[in-house]
Design a binder for this molecule. Structure first.
Ligand code: AMO
Length: 432
């Protein structure tokens, strides 16, 4: 039962050797005197060939009763076979059925029959057996691992902050209320306030990769109600410095995926275009002018509509930053320019298809921060735990949040954000 090799670790050079492979029954083809049992594991396929005359009856009976997607363990001898997957076949000595799969199956795993996304998400445990879906999640793993490595190397300390909180961070509308003993609490929209607290806390450079919850009603292909955010915060540096970290990180991730994830990109039929450094910078003013010149009129101070994002994205044609936003449409923690307070030191980082990240240099002055909270129509009393940290020595600091799913879906040319989350949470979906 214990696996000695994944299917792809076996090579034709291991001819005559004995191995044990484990996995799911991908296919059984009975051609009379000979039968093929194709076993699929995480890495690929292995062909088990049964010459009926030479086989013990017990082994033949086991195979006869097998349903597709049952879990088996096969011990046998390797034989070179150019036509078989990976150039070898396994001549079985023993086959054990570890788990029997009922039929009909909730969906097809061979790629021969297309299932719609809802069916696949309902049967996600089966969907992830498909090489295509697996490739997405293997790339997701590579992306997150290399982001952790990149930030750790750059002196960032990984932190974990609470997801059950008492206050809104990104404005009060998109909160999920929950019951917390005898009080009302909320699911956190962003680690924003906590990562800033740790700048006063002296950690200097922090990052977190964790869920954020947004009670947005949108039912779109790029919004989730639970997303995974990559957040950084760093002291004694400004917005331009953290923009440089962000573009270098994105470029690095693409390069790593192109190299380490080549096999999965091939499965997905994706040819990665590595975004070139440095990313273009355009001001908010220029952005709305581009939108206006192409039929999407916006007033100065309007947020960018989805249509405007598409027009500007098409116009620029590659990853880019939008900088110098109107202060009134950015959160209270974004630092206004000293000489032009109607503009702030906030930025968005865009893929031509959508926003991937936003960030800013933060307000680190207590009085200004309190005023900004009030100006945004929020009550500073609710922010006491946060504001306090600004009274006892808060360094200047900057940071950003980058959506894991949006980074992945734009990288892989995937249309629907739900494809890149194992168990998406949206307006309609709460299970599995
Ligand atoms: P913001 O709200 O722009 O900024 O979020 C940062 C990034 O997180 C991703 N994101 C989402 N992805 C999918 N579905 C959603 N509903 C969703 N909401 C956000 C996006 C977005 O660009 N505190 C600031 C960051 C900072 O200033 O450090 C914040 O949360 O990719």
């Amino acid at each position: 039962m214990k696996r000695t090799h994944y299917s792809t670790q076996i090579t034709p050079g291991m001819d005559k050797g004995t191995v044990t492979i484990t996995g799911w029954v991908h296919e059984i083809r009975d051609l009379g005197g000979i039968a093929f049992l194709v076993v699929r594991d995480r890495e690929g396929l292995a062909q088990v060939t049964l010459f009926k005359k030479a086989m013990e009856q017990e082994v033949l009976d086991t195979v006869k009763g097998l349903s597709r997607e049952s879990v088996v363990s096969v011990t046998g001898t390797i034989q070179k076979m150019a036509q078989a997957p990976n150039g070898y076949e396994v001549i079985p000595k023993g086959i054990t059925v570890l788990s029997h799969a009922a039929s009909p199956l909730p969906m097809d795993t061979t790629g021969k029959v297309d299932a719609d996304l809802d069916t696949r998400l309902d049967a996600r445990f089966m969907d992830t057996r498909r090489p295509r879906t697996q490739a997405i999640f293997r790339i997701r793993h590579i992306v997150l691992r290399c982001i952790r490595e990149f930030l750790s190397k750059d002196g960032f300390v990984e932190i974990t902050t609470p997801k059950v909180v008492a206050t809104a961070t990104e404005g009060g509308t998109a909160l999920f209320p929950i019951t917390y003993f005898e009080r009302e609490a909320f699911l956190n929209q962003s680690p924003q306030l906590f990562k800033q607290l740790m700048m006063s806390g002296g950690l200097d450079r922090v990052y977190e990769i964790a869920p954020i919850f947004r009670a947005e009603e949108h039912d779109t292909r790029r919004h989730l109600n639970e997303a995974s955010s990559i957040d950084i915060e760093a002291s004694f540096i400004d917005q331009k410095d953290v923009m440089a970290i962000l573009e270098n990180l994105v470029n690095h991730v693409y390069n790593e995926v192109a190299e380490i994830g080549a096999k999965y990109l091939e499965t997905l039929g994706v040819e990665l275009e590595i975004p070139e450094l440095p990313f273009k910078r355009i001001t908010y003013d220029k952005a709305i002018n581009i939108a206006g010149a192409n039929g999407e009129d916006l007033e100065w101070g309007d947020d960018l509509s989805t249509e405007a994002e598409h027009i500007i994205g098409k116009n620029v044609g590659e990853h880019y930053f939008i900088v110098d936003w109107p202060t009134k449409i950015k959160p209270f923690y974004a630092m206004p320019y000293e000489d032009k307070p109607e503009l702030c030191k906030a930025f968005d980082m865009m893929h031509p298809r959508m926003e991937l990240s936003s960030g800013a240099q933060r307000v680190h002055n207590y009085d200004l921060l309190k005023t900004r909270i009030e100006e945004q129509g929020l009550n500073p009393d609710g922010f006491e735990f946060y504001l306090n940290a600004f009274r006892y020595g808060m360094p200047p600091h900057s940071g950003w949040g980058l959506g894991t799913e949006r980074l992945l879906m734009t990288m892989l040319g995937i249309e629907n954000i739900r494809e890149v989350v194992l168990f998406p949470r949206d307006r309609r979906r709460l299970s599995p």
